[in-house]
Each structure stands twice: as structure tokens, then as C-alpha cells.
Design a protein around this ligand. Sequence first.
Ligand SMILES: *[C@@H]1O[C@H](CO)[C@@H](O)[C@H](O)[C@H]1NC(C)=O
Ligand SMILES: *[C@@H]1O[C@H](CO)[C@@H](O)[C@H](O)[C@H]1NC(C)=O
Ligand SMILES: *[C@@H]1O[C@H](CO)[C@@H](O)[C@H](O)[C@H]1NC(C)=O
Length: 514
Amino acid sequence: MLSFIIALLVNLLIETSVSFTVVVPPDPVVGQIGSSVILPCWIVPPEDAEALEIRWYRQEKFSNPVLFYNNGKLQDTQEEPYRNRTSLTSRSDQSGGLKDGDVSLRLDKLRVQDEGPLRCYVSGEKQYASEDVFLKVKALGSTPVLVPKPLDDEQINISCRSSGWYPKPNVTWTSDDGSPLHPGGSSHSRGADEMFSVHSWIAVSRSDAQLVSCSVSLKTGELKEGRMDIQGIIFSESSGPWKALFFTFLIFALLGLGLVGFFLYKYRERLTGKKPAKENSEEETMEKLTKEVVGDENIEDAVVGDENIEELRKHAVEITIDREHSHPDLKVTKDCKIMRDGPNYNQTEDGFPYQLCAFGTQSFTSGRHYWEVDLVTPPNPPKDYWLIGVAKHGHFHEKDRSALTPSSGYWFLCSDGPHGFHTNTVTPVKLSLTPRPEQLGVLLDYDDGQLSFYNVKERKHLLTISSRFSEPVVPLFNPGVGDLSPLKILDCPNPDELTVESSQPLLSNNSSDA
Ligand SMILES: *[C@@H]1O[C@H](CO)[C@@H](O)[C@H](O)[C@H]1NC(C)=O
Ligand SMILES: *[C@@H]1O[C@H](CO)[C@@H](O)[C@H](O)[C@H]1NC(C)=O
Ligand SMILES: *[C@@H]1O[C@H](CO)[C@@H](O)[C@H](O)[C@H]1NC(C)=O
């Protein structure tokens, strides 16, 4: 009898000291592609988990886990795509960590392929327990880019494109009063990175609406919107039929509530080799366009955009100036970041000094790359003269603006003092930017053939030039002549440092003493 009671007590003691269960959140954990996520998992009752075996693995991959901790340290055995991306972490600041039975997993640089259940498995000498955490991933894509094409006198075909979404997003069109418009067609495609791109088009009459908006959204409600003022689209009188093969699109779309995007757009027949004949009448049209924009300036002024600059900075690259191939009359600092017109440069002709170009040392053949340029050195006012973009060739000494075309490998936005801002696209756009940008952000999306400009301080998208890049391109700069402030390439803050989630990892695969 006594021995039975003792046996029972001993049994009870053993039971309480080794018996635990694993707890995970009941709902899926959602993470943004490219960033980090914490998958919570802990044991109850709490006990020191340092002596236990901890495994995180995907279905059926027990022996090839995502993370494996045993004998008091992380083990090398690991599924290859997860190398250097996992660590054990605390599920919250209040958690006592591993010593308190918290075996949560931190997963960095999330990919689409990470979606699905992950099993949290904890094993002691006498027992083991495990539970699944469901990981969902999502990605908010790019701001939709709207491009119009004339169909006939009345109708315009507007196409809307956006990429980098996950899961599959929804595209909706609305007019200014919020009523839905029916697209002529929409399609989705998936890139090598498994993310979704969308393309939708709509045929609208000028009499239908003032503003047309294309919004791309996730089921969870996040959305990005592009708007276009279709009354602001003016096709020049000399227009011939659209020549799809020869154009470079230019768009000027602003997004965000209450923001009005003024799209200035003209096109002309462009037969190979022939220069436009009616330059004068076009200049007049341009003047008219500029006035129209200036007239509505206050709308633009009143609202600060909601462009997510931090998101853009994830693509930040360090840019330095290639001093060897810069124009000899430019002064470039030793660190290859700051440039201005040198004292020896004598401007002989009026107009923008197109030849005073400098090029980035870095050249790009794919992907997205972002850099920022400082255009003001207080107490001086923001620069009046600058030219910023990308170029195919890393050297150039032509004076002639007409030599600087997309077909000869130049894409840029130029600020020409009192003459305002213009692009060098086949259908050039003049625009008024108020206030003058103090910091200009440049996003090159090589694969999608887009070069976008942002006013960093105002958090506004200014315009996007769409083209096709087929050869390496390098950043292009020109500080103009006569400004007090130099042109300075900024070092973008590293977004990784700004987005540290919750606590630091307790243990990570690449820490030597783990
Ligand atoms: C993991 O990090 C180590 C050292 O930091 C590095 O040598 C190795 O190439 C990385 N492995 C992968 C797959 O990124
Ligand atoms: C409108 O443009 C898209 C391409 O952006 C094209 O696929 C569609 O057929 C066009 N629609 C009409 C009616 O021309
Ligand atoms: C897309 O949006 C429309 C209108 O809001 C809605 O009716 C439809 O169910 C949505 N589709 C998806 C797949 O979310």
C-alpha cells in the first residue's frame, strides 16, 4: 500500500516536471514580403527550454528543418532557403525568452514561398509536443501608372499598370464622384518572384468624367491609387494617327486623397528621321498647358502626398560620381558626392548648359534602384537649375538638347530656372512643381522600363517616364550654372535599421557564440 502511494507520488512528480504543451496563436500570422515576422510559440507550463530540442519545420520536412536548436545551441542542419534568415526570438517584450519557454521563430526577408503552415516542435527527454502556426504573406505593389491613348476625338483609352502584389489584387475604376466605371479588360500576370502584376484598361469619354481613378487593392483593404485628370489631356492639333512603335509614354499622375494629377500629354506623328514641322504651334500649346497647371497650383500645394518614401528606400543604392567621365568644367568633391559648375565654365550661349553632365559610377541592368539628390543647402534657396535622370552612355559632351533623346539613351527631368520643368521624352512635358523640390527621389525600375521622380520632403510622386531599357544605364546629373547651392547625392538611411521589429533575436544562426 505504502509503496503504491510512493509510486503514485513519484509518478505525479515526474509528470509535472516533464509534461508540457505547446501554444501558438490561433490565427494566421501575416508578414510583409521582404520584411521580418515573428511566429510565436511557447510552452506551458513555462520551463527553461534551453535544455530542450526545438525544431521549426515545414510539412514533412522534419529532418530538414527551417531552424534546429539542440544541445543548447542552433545546429547547422537547415533547409537551404532558410539559411541566415531564421533565429529564435521573444514573442513580446514581456516574454522571458528561451529560459521561460518562449521558442518563437523570427523569419527575415520574407518570400512568397514562405507562406503556409510551419510546425513548432519541442521535445524533452520524455515527451514532445508540437503545433502549427500558419504564415500568410502579403505585398503592397507599386502605385498604379496610368497611360492614355487617344481612340478618337472623344474617347481615350487609359491603361493602368501596377506590379509587386501578393496575393492577387483587385482592380477597380471609379470616376470623380466615386461611381464605378467598367473596365474594358483586366489581366493579371505573375513574375519570377511569384508576385502579381495587373494591367487594366478602360475607354472613357471626356464627357464622362473629370477625374478617372484606378485603384489596386488587397482583400485586407490596403490599396494604391492612381488618378488622371482626363480634361487635362490635350492632343496637339498636328496629331496624326497613333504610332505605337515610336512613342515614349509620359505620365504625370499624383495619388492620394484630394490630390489631383495633371496629366499633360501631347503626341505627334513621328515618322522615322523626320523632325516635327510645326514647332511653333507646339510651343504655344505648351505655354497653354503650363498655365493650366499653374492655375490649379493651390490644390497641389494644399495637400502633402502619402508616398511611402521608406518603401522606396528599401531599394536604395549608393551612388557616386564617376569623376573621370564628368565634364571637365564641373567641380566634384573627393567623396564623389557633391558637384557644381566650376569657375572656369563660361557660358557662351543662353539656355541650359546640357553638356555639364556627370554620371554615376554604378550601372544597372535589372531590378529597382533608388537614390536621392539634395537640391538645397540652407540658407540658400533650392536650386533653380538641374537635370537628373539616367543615361545609357557614361560620357557626353554635346551642347544640343535635341541630341538628348530617349532613343539616344537619355531619360531625365530638367529644371530650367524661369522656364520651369521639362522632360526629354518624345512628347515632352512641361510642368510646374510647387514648391520647388528640395530633395528629389529617383526610382529606376529597369525591368518595367520606368523612371519615377519623387519630392521626398512632400512625399509626392511627381511623374514617371515609361520607356524600355535594353542596355546598362547609369545615373545622370547636371548641376546647371549659377546656383548658390551645389547638387549633392544623399546617402539614404538604411530602411532595415528603421524597421527593427520588437526585440532583438536571442540567438541567430550566424552569431558565433550561439
Ligand atoms: C550566410 O552567412 C554567411 C556568413 O555571414 C555567408 O558566408 C553565407 O554565404 C550566407 N549564406 C547564405 C545562403 O546566404
Ligand atoms: C486599350 O489599350 C490596351 C493596352 O494598354 C489594349 O490592350 C486595348 O485593346 C485597348 N483598347 C482599345 C479599345 O483600343
Ligand atoms: C473586387 O472588388 C469588387 C468591387 O469592390 C468586388 O465586388 C469583388 O468581390 C472584389 N473581388 C475580389 C476578388 O476581392
